[in-house]
Design a binder for this molecule. Structure first.
Ligand SMILES: Cc1cc2nc3c(=O)[nH]c(=O)nc-3n(C[C@H](O)[C@H](O)[C@H](O)COP(=O)(O)OP(=O)(O)OC[C@H]3O[C@@H](n4cnc5c(N)ncnc54)[C@H](O)[C@@H]3O)c2cc1C
Length: 333
C-alpha cells in the first residue's frame, strides 16, 4: 500500500473546496470526495459577501478579518486557475421609510459601520468591501483542477467503511493521516459528532432575465445580483425545514421589489447547514483523534470558509487554538 495521504476531505461544497485549497496552498497531500447531492446548499448560493447584515443592519461578525482573508484566498485560487471567480461589487440598500432613514443616520456615526459605507444619498446607501464569488464556477473549476491532479473522486463515504488502524485511516485501500468531514447538513445523518445538532435551513434562489441596467447588488428584502447583461441571480428564501417550496415566493417579491417584467430562467434549491448559535463548527472529534469537522456555515460560507480553513489548518498542523466561538468544544458536555 502507498504512503499515507495527509488529508481525506469529505464533501466538495464551499467548505470542502476551501479546505482543499488551504491544504493545497500549504503543499500537503489530499484527496477530496463528493457524492454530488443535488440539494447541497452550495448549489443554490448567490455567493454574496456583505459587511452589513441582519434585520438590524449590523456589522457581520469578524468582518474585517474575514474580508482580508477571503480576498487573499480567492485571489490565490484565481491565479492558480487563471480564471476570475471573485467580483467586488457595491451593495445598494434603499431606505424603507423615513424612520429607516433616520435610524441609518444614527448608525452611520458608529465606527463599526462607517468603514464599509461607500456613498450615502437621500434614497439609500451603498456599501463597499462587498461583492460575490461565482460559486458554481468556483466549485466546477476546483473539481476539474483537483481531478487533473488525481485528487478528486465522485464517491459517497459510508462512515462504516472508514477504518482506523495503527494511527491512520483506511478508506478504499488508501491510507490517510486525517479525515475532514465537510458534509453540510448530511452530517446529521451519521451521528458521529453527536452533540452538534445542525439545523436544516432550506431555501430557494432563481436566475431571471430582465431588461434592467444595474451595476450594484440590490439588497431590498431580497438580494438581486447582476451576473451578465440582463441576467440576475435573485435570492433567497429561508425555511426551518428541508422542503422545496419552489420559486413562487421569490417571483412575487421580485415583482414587488425589483421589476415587474422578467423571465424565469432557472430555479435552485438548497439546504443550509446552520449551527444552533449560527457560528461555524470546526475542530476535532473528542474521542476519534484525527477526525475533524468543518461545518455550520449557515448563510455565509463564502466569507466564513476561507478564514475557518486557516484556523482549522493551523490547529491541526501548528497546534494553535481554535477560538471559542468556532470550536466544536462549545457543544461538548
Ligand atoms: C438559496 C441560498 C442562497 C445562499 N446564498 C448565499 C450567499 O449569497 N452567500 C453565502 O456566503 N452563502 C449563501 N448561502 C449559504 C451557503 O450556500 C452555505 O453556507 C454553504 O453552501 C455551505 O457549504 P458546505 O460545503 O458546508 O455544505 P454543502 O454545500 O451542503 O456541501 C456538502 C457536500 O458534501 C457532500 N457530501 C455529503 N455527505 C457526503 C458523503 N457521505 N460522502 C461524500 N460526499 C458527501 C454533498 O454531496 C455536498 O456536495 C445560500 C444558501 C442558499 C440555500
Amino acid at each position: 500500500m502507498k504512503k499515507e495521504i495527509d488529508f481525506l476531505i469529505v464533501g466538495q461544497g464551499i467548505s470542502g473546496s476551501c479546505f482543499a485549497w488551504r491544504v493545497f496552498k500549504e503543499k500537503k497531500t489530499f484527496m477530496i470526495i463528493d457524492s454530488k447531492n443535488p440539494n447541497s446548499s452550495s448549489k443554490a448560493a448567490l455567493g454574496i459577501f456583505n459587511p452589513i447584515t441582519g434585520r438590524n443592519y449590523i456589522k457581520s461578525w469578524k468582518y474585517n478579518t474575514l474580508y482580508h482573508e477571503l480576498m487573499n484566498f480567492y485571489t490565490f485560487i484565481e491565479n492558480k486557475l487563471n480564471e476570475k471567480i471573485i467580483f467586488s461589487k457595491k451593495i445598494y440598500r434603499p431606505f424603507k421609510n423615513i424612520a429607516d432613514n433616520n435610524s441609518w443616520n444614527s448608525k452611520l456615526s458608529s465606527d463599526k459601520i462607517y468603514p464599509f459605507i461607500d456613498t450615502i444619498h437621500d434614497k439609500g446607501i451603498l456599501t463597499k468591501k462587498s461583492g460575490y464569488v461565482d460559486v458554481k464556477k468556483f466549485l466546477s473549476l476546483s473539481k476539474k483542477y483537483f481531478k487533473s491532479l488525481d485528487r478528486y473522486k465522485n464517491d459517497f463515504l459510508n462512515t462504516e467503511n472508514l477504518k482506523f488502524e495503527k494511527g491512520y485511516f483506511l478508506y478504499n485501500n488508501k491510507k490517510f493521516k486525517r479525515v475532514i468531514m465537510c458534509r453540510g447538513v448530511e452530517e446529521n445523518d451519521h451521528n458521529i459528532f453527536k452533540n452538534i445538532n445542525l439545523k436544516a435551513l432550506s431555501g430557494n434562489s432563481i436566475k431571471i432575465q430582465a431588461k434592467k441596467n444595474m451595476k450594484s447588488i440590490l439588497n431590498n428584502v431580497l438580494n438581486v445580483l447582476p451576473i451578465h447583461k440582463n441576467i440576475f441571480h435573485v435570492g433567497s428564501t429561508y425555511y426551518n425545514d428541508q422542503i422545496d417550496r419552489g420559486p413562487i415566493e421569490l417571483e412575487k417579491k421580485t415583482k414587488k421589489k425589483f421589476y415587474q417584467k422578467f423571465k424565469l430562467v432557472k430555479t435552485y434549491f438548497g439546504i443550509r447547514p446552520a449551527s444552533p448559535d449560527r457560528r461555524p463548527i470546526i475542530g476535532e472529534h473528542k474521542k476519534n483523534k484525527g477526525l475533524y469537522i468543518f461545518n455550520g456555515m449557515g448563510s455565509k460560507a463564502v466569507s466564513l470558509a476561507p478564514y475557518c480553513s486557516k484556523v482549522l489548518y493551523e490547529y491541526i498542523i501548528e497546534k494553535k487554538n481554535i477560538e471559542v466561538d468556532l470550536n466544536i468544544e462549545r457543544f461538548e458536555p
